[in-house]
Design a protein around this ligand. Structure first.
Ligand code: HXC
Length: 268
């Protein structure tokens, strides 16, 4: 689908995306790149990163892949340092790395709970904290008038309660809370904007196929609620809006991009 934004709205900017080589993160990487940004993608699986970067580069996007796990502070620091070494600066951090599986609470071990909290919530905090020195105004390659921006990918699971998602719901609630806290502190001190995006059900993603297995999807189709299913493109357009100057007065919000889905959850 054609973008409604001008192709140069992120010209000269540098973005680092965790989970930027697959799913929603991939589409955000692609769209930021197609709108002028240079892209560094971080992920755990080398072959996944390599093939995404190959596609981005074939489209003329300046892109690099960096292996790392957001649960490891050293990985976070190394990947950020490599990004700035390669591209000279950092303007945009997108935290899209996430872990997810469906499991009834009574079958979830404390370590399973902790694993998802570690990836989604602690991982997001770690990346933000390690990125701070590069995002501040006046940091390497940046002028002293404007700070960088952070986008945390969240969810709507925790607005109500979602079956078999106790771990992810808790993790995303924490992500939303840290979006607000960092927006307050870093917006005031450094002019860094910190926002989130809460996607609804997005087709062709791991989250979608895990949370909406085929039998539930067919039921949804019968109820014609399938029109509420979004595309990765919808999330990437929201990211462009928040990352670009169009969003310069937006700080501390989590933008729900779900076609109104969470307002009207069907009972099934
Ligand atoms: C129950 C599970 C489990 C499962 C793992 N665990 N998978 N418990 N059911 N299916 C438990 C393990 O038993 C273990 O606890 C602990 O979690 C750690 O498991 P590991 O396999 O050692 O961890 P790791 O290899 O680090 O993998 C973590 C992972 C990750 C979270 C499972 O690999 C993963 O989820 N990858 C998929 C990424 C993904 O789907 N991303 C899209 C997210 S979508 P014990 O006690 O046994 O040691 C999303 C959006 C949600 O977030 C909203 C959509 C609308």
């Amino acid at each position: 689908m054609e973008s409604p934004f001008k192709a140069d709205i992120l010209k000269g900017k540098v973005a680092l995306l965790t989970g930027g080589a697959s799913g929603i993160g991939y589409e955000i990487s692609l769209q930021l790149g197609q709108h002028g940004a240079s892209i560094a993608v971080m992920g755990r699986r080398k072959h996944v990163i390599d093939s995404a970067v190959e596609v981005f580069q074939s489209q003329g996007i300046h892109a690099i892949g960096l292996e790392g796990d957001v649960r490891k502070r050293d990985d976070a620091a190394r990947v950020l340092e490599s990004t700035v070494k390669h591209f000279g600066r950092l303007d945009i951090l997108v935290n899209a790395a996430a872990g997810n599986f469906l499991v009834p609470s009574e079958d979830l071990s404390p370590n399973g709970f902790r694993t998802v909290i570690d990836i989604d919530a602690v991982g997001t905090f770690t990346m933000c904290r390690e990125a701070l020195k590069y995002l501040k105004k006046g940091a390497s390659g940046k002028d002293s008038s404007v700070g960088g921006t952070i986008i945390n990918i969240s969810a709507t699971l925790h607005y109500t309660a979602t079956w078999y998602q106790i771990h992810v719901s808790a993790a995303k609630a924490a992500v939303d809370s840290l979006t607000r806290s960092l927006a307050l502190e870093w917006g005031t001190d450094y002019d860094i904007r910190v926002n989130g995006i809460a996607p609804g059900p997005i087709e062709d993603t791991a989250g979608f196929s895990k949370l909406l297995p085929q039998e539930i999807l067919s039921k949804l189709k019968e109820q014609t609620l399938v029109s509420k299913v979004g595309q990765k493109w919808d999330i990437a357009m929201a990211a462009l809006y928040l990352a670009s100057n169009a969003g310069k007065y937006i700080n501390g919000t989590t933008l729900v991009v779900d076609g109104g889905d969470w307002l009207s959850k069907p009972s099934h």
